[in-house]
Design a binder for this molecule. Structure first.
Ligand code: GLC
Length: 544
């Protein structure tokens, strides 16, 4: 097996080329058993809706037995669906029902850690050596507490390494470069780390054999500790990808890495450009009122942001990834604010966000509820570890709004039993009303997904060329093209109307409006004149 080069992998399955994703936070999607928490049968009952929207694949946040100190990212049994969501049989039925509709379901694989309540951890902390003593990373002295180590009342003499919260002990995949004077740091080739690796593969095989279509891997780059240049981490994922593709040629591997070029080199097929690793995403969307707070961002009404941080990072990522995998710039996720947040709260503003996200290269992803414009709710209590030092994630995890009834069609439970309070705004968007209204945001977003399928130039693979992406300036203008088709897209999220010029060679017969609201393009000599009113957008087909 060769490693380190993306070229050594079999290509990702074809279906990923045209797929649109939807992320479901199971707690908050649809409750069918009346306990106020969403469940798998609820997801099954909404598959037809997702199909109608144009969704091809679902990523489901963790649905396994857990202590819920981090909303399911603290697993206590990797082989069992949590009771509150249903049974393994229900999940199997979800796979089947999705496949019937030509849709796929990817699970969340928390590969790097477990809950402190996992039986493996209980065995691992025992004083006498056993099969699981090396399943986690322990020092050999309870007075030794390197960074990210946690001490406590354990039978064995040591402190353990955590990955995120203290209750999430890191599984032991070994150290890339163990320090010679720290014998507790095992090399990746040691028996303990190798057994952890085998167990991870076993978990993946278990769900894939049941009908799962792939995984989003939580904190994917973090498995191997002290690993300069991630040499051993890359080898680990390369081994997993090769095994995985041999057994499940249609299966996909998505990273939570925050650096697609690196993730794809390691063996993943897709990775997100999000708040991790670089400011690109945050500089577009993080305003003063969300989970993470920034004074300026490009998509705000004040018009005081800059597009260049994102554009530079994004272009570099696209170039480095090439044809060997996919980037994904999602509308949001369970860790940070939604597009509807603070002063970015009108339908017109939300349309600028999705017009942008659905017309750039990469795999499109709607976080549940963003298709109807659900809002990030500030000021919620800490729910299952939603509170971080920097902000609260609960605001993006509120129940899905299905209809205009008092309980929004989410659950029949009493409102005080709801996983999180439902948006209490007088007008809160909901699926039923928006479906009935052809000019709603929901129909608009559905149409954007249709355009991507209709015109490859607007899709995952078409080329992008930024025509106007100036520091601290509006609007953002770019050209998309494929197979001789060309489109120009104008996005002005600011509250100011703007007029700019950029060079444009060749003679254009017409800029045919495809989906436009108060933006225009004309060719003046060898220049393109772009006018965009406050909070406007336009997708224009270039007719030569
Ligand atoms: C990832 C998840 C986040 C979780 C953390 C620890 O970043 O997206 O929700 O808290 O990993 O598992």
């Amino acid at each position: 097996m060769t490693i380190g080069s993306a070229l050594s992998f079999k290509p990702a399955p074809e279906w990923l080329k045209t797929a649109a994703f939807y992320q479901i936070y199971p707690q908050s999607f649809k409750d069918t058993d009346g306990d106020g928490i969403g469940d798998i049968n609820g997801i099954i009952s909404k598959l037809d809706y997702l199909k109608w929207l144009g969704i091809d694949a679902i990523w489901l946040n963790p649905c396994f037995e857990s202590s819920y100190q981090d909303a399911g990212y603290d697993v206590t049994d990797f082989y069992r669906v949590a009771k509150r969501y249903g049974t393994n049989g229900d999940l199997k039925r979800l796979f089947k029902e999705a496949h019937k509709r030509k849709m796929r379901v990817c699970l969340d694989l928390v590969a790097g850690h477990t809950s402190i309540d996992h039986p493996w951890f209980k065995a691992s902390q025992a004083a006498t050596r056993n099969e699981l003593s090396d399943r986690y990373i322990w020092t050999n002295d309870s007075t030794v507490k390197p960074v990210k180590h946690v001490s406590g009342k354990f039978e064995r003499n040591g402190t353990y390494r955590k990955n995120f919260f203290d209750c999430q002990p890191a599984l032991n995949y070994g150290f890339g470069k163990p320090e010679p004077d720290q014998p507790w740091q095992l090399p990746v080739t040691a028996e303990g780390p190798q057994k952890t690796r085998k167990e991870l593969i076993k978990i993946m095989d278990f769900w894939m054999t049941m009908g799962c279509d792939g995984f989003r891997v939580d904190m994917a780059p973090s498995l191997i500790k002290n690993d300069p240049d991630r040499v051993e981490t890359n080898k680990l994922w390369a081994e997993i990808r090769n095994h995985f593709q041999q057994r499940f040629p249609e299966g996909i591997l998505i990273a939570e890495w925050g650096n697609p070029a690196r993730a794809i080199k390691a063996g993943f097929m897709m990775d997100f450009i999000i708040h991790l690793g670089n400011d690109g995403y945050s500089s577009l969307f993080f305003n003063k009122e969300g989970t993470y707070r920034h004074d300026t961002c490009y998509f705000n009404i004040e018009g005081n942001g800059t597009p260049t941080t994102f554009v530079n990072y994004y272009l570099e990522q696209l170039k480095n990834v090439g044809d060997s995998g996919y980037v994904c710039v999602p509308t949001a996720n369970h860790d940070f604010q939604r597009p509807n947040c603070g002063t970015r709260n009108t339908e017109a503003q939300l349309r600028t966000v999705t017009t942008f996200l659905m017309t750039i290269p990469g795999v499109p992803l709607f976080y549940y509820g963003d298709e109807i414009g659900m809002k990030f709710t500030p000021g919620l209590p800490n729910k299952e570890g939603s509170q971080l030092t920097k902000g609260n994630r609960a605001g993006s995890r509120t129940p899905m709004q299905w209809d205009s009834s008092p309980k929004a069609g989410f659950s029949t439970a009493d409102l005080d039993k709801f996983y999180l309070p439902i948006d209490s705004s007088t007008y809160r968007p909901n699926v039923e009303s928006e479906m009935a209204n052809p000019s709603s945001l929901l129909h608009f977003n559905r149409y954007l997904l249709q355009l991507r399928k209709q015109y490859p130039a607007l899709g995952t693979h078409g080329a992008i060329h930024f025509l106007y992406a100036e520091a601290n300036k509006y609007p953002l203008v770019y050209e998309r093209s494929a197979n001789g088709q060309r489109f120009v897209i104008v996005i002005n999220p600011s509250g100011k109307s703007v007029q700019v010029y950029c060079p444009l060679s060749g003679t254009i017969k017409e800029f045919k409006p495809v989906l436009v609201d108060r933006a225009s393009l004309i060719q003046v000599n060898n220049k393109l004149q772009i006018k965009a009113d406050a909070v406007s957008y336009g997708i224009f087909r270039v007719i030569e």
